[in-house]
Design a protein around this ligand. Structure first.
Ligand code: BGC
Length: 406
């Protein structure tokens, strides 16, 4: 209960941080307001760098509270951005931050969290590698009175997850499938019916089976595609339509490339079948898939016959591929907004309060429904890269041009 004891000293700074950080506050009562709670549009870079009077003043009162932040890996840009943004937001609020990346290795992440607890962390923010592997760490945290915030990925099978900040993961899957349908011409970007009629051949990829998000993305996508399967507008020639067949352990690019190669060899090579599209739930997988497709002689661009490939995370290499007409779309989840919500939640716990949730039904972790704050995501097409990613300060025009984060 160490965290609870220092609450009084924090009270005022907490209120200022909440006011400065949250705009409308984390407490809006429905998902539609989710984006309101994030920093205003042009404050994105502030989440990265720290800034602005009110928040900085508030930081002065933060005392010596420390927060452990456990991120899964640095091999994907988004998690580096998440780590940086959470750290900056917490430091701005006056906390000491212990930020650790685990190289996608489960024992490493467990040890890092054990260490954070031993070192006296006052709160934990955790993006799990394997959502089922942290029960003993969470028990230890609960014994020590340390609140645990599950970050982006739900930690499963534990009573001791206090709050969950994430995006509307089912909706992300809907958006991934929608972008595939737009790429095939079955829908237009505005959601209206497109000119194409099909039939089209598609193949399906899913994320890591130990990541709770992967099934949400898959369910949202499959529910969206199902009517097109039912009337045979879409067919999956490989026959691999189960999540378990489509899943890519640890979201590995190489594994996705290999699976795409195997499907091409087994199902398409030497036949008249044309592959029209691939549902991919993450930009890293998309790039592996695109490499396999191009190596088999397709493309190299969509205009030259490369199948439509979806994605997620707006990684800069994929944003460039979209601008170059190679990858069709991605899903933008603004990590700055997610980080801001994590800071708000940590702050609330350390003030002895419950963070306000906007979803208390969806995320059952196997033991309990974890109160959640869900943010909204956007589909990125070539046509809105400027508006969504450049104008908001997420990527610069130069980064989009080079495909490299600066
Ligand atoms: C995240 C995605 C990300 C994936 C791979 C998921 O848990 O929600 O944004 O693409 O992990 O890192």
């Amino acid at each position: 209960m160490r965290a609870r004891r220092i609450v009084a000293a924090l009270g005022m700074s907490t209120m200022l941080v909440l006011a400065g950080c949250a705009g409308g506050g984390a407490g809006s009562d429905d998902g539609d307001d989710a984006t309101d709670a994030a920093p205003t549009e042009d404050t994105g870079s502030e989440a990265d760098t720290g800034s602005e009077g009110g928040e900085t003043e508030a930081a002065a009162g933060g005392g010596d509270l420390s927060i452990g932040v456990a991120m899964p890996t640095q091999t994907s840009e988004r998690w580096i951005a998440d780590g940086d943004a959470v750290q900056a937001g917490l430091e701005e609020a006056g906390y000491t931050v212990d930020l650790q990346f685990a190289g996608d290795d489960i024992p490493t992440q467990s040890q890092q969290i054990d260490q954070m607890i031993t070192n006296g962390a006052d709160a934990l923010i955790i993006a799990a590698i394997d959502g089922t592997a942290l029960s003993s760490q969470l028990d230890a945290a609960a014994d020590a009175g340390i609140p645990v915030i599950s970050y982006d990925r739900l930690i499963r099978d534990s009573e001791n997850v206090d709050f969950y900040v994430t995006f509307d993961n089912y909706q992300v899957g809907v958006q991934q499938a929608t972008s595939l349908l737009v790429g095939l011409g079955l829908l237009n970007e505005d959601g209206s019916e497109g000119d194409a009629t099909g039939p089209f051949n598609v193949e399906l990829f899913a994320g890591s089976p130990d990541d709770n998000n992967a099934t949400f993305f898959w369910d949202g996508a499959i529910d969206t595609l199902q009517p097109y399967f039912d009337d045979e507008t879409l067919t999956v020639p490989s026959g691999q339509t189960d999540f378990d067949q489509a899943a890519i352990l640890r979201w590995q690019q190489e594994t996705a490339q290999k699976r795409m190669e195997d499907i091409l060899t087994a199902t398409y090579t030497g036949t008249d079948l044309v592959l029209d599209g691939v549902l991919s739930p993450y930009d890293g997988l998309s790039r592996g898939i695109i490499t396999a497709l191009q190596n088999s002689g397709l493309g190299p661009s969509i205009e030259e016959g490369l199948p439509i490939v979806s994605g997620q995370d707006a990684e800069i290499a994929s944003v460039k591929l979209i601008a170059d007409g190679v990858q069709f779309a991605t899903i933008f989840k603004d990590t700055r907004k997610l980080a801001a919500q994590a800071v708000i939640a940590a702050d609330a716990f350390l003030a002895g309060e419950e963070p306000e949730a906007n979803d208390t039904e969806t995320y059952d972790n196997g033991v309990k429904v974890v109160p959640s704050y869900l943010l909204e995501s956007d589909i990125v097409y070539d046509s809105n890269i400027q508006e969504l990613l450049v104008d908001s300060g997420y990527w610069s025009a130069e980064e989009v041009e080079s495909g490299v984060a600066e």
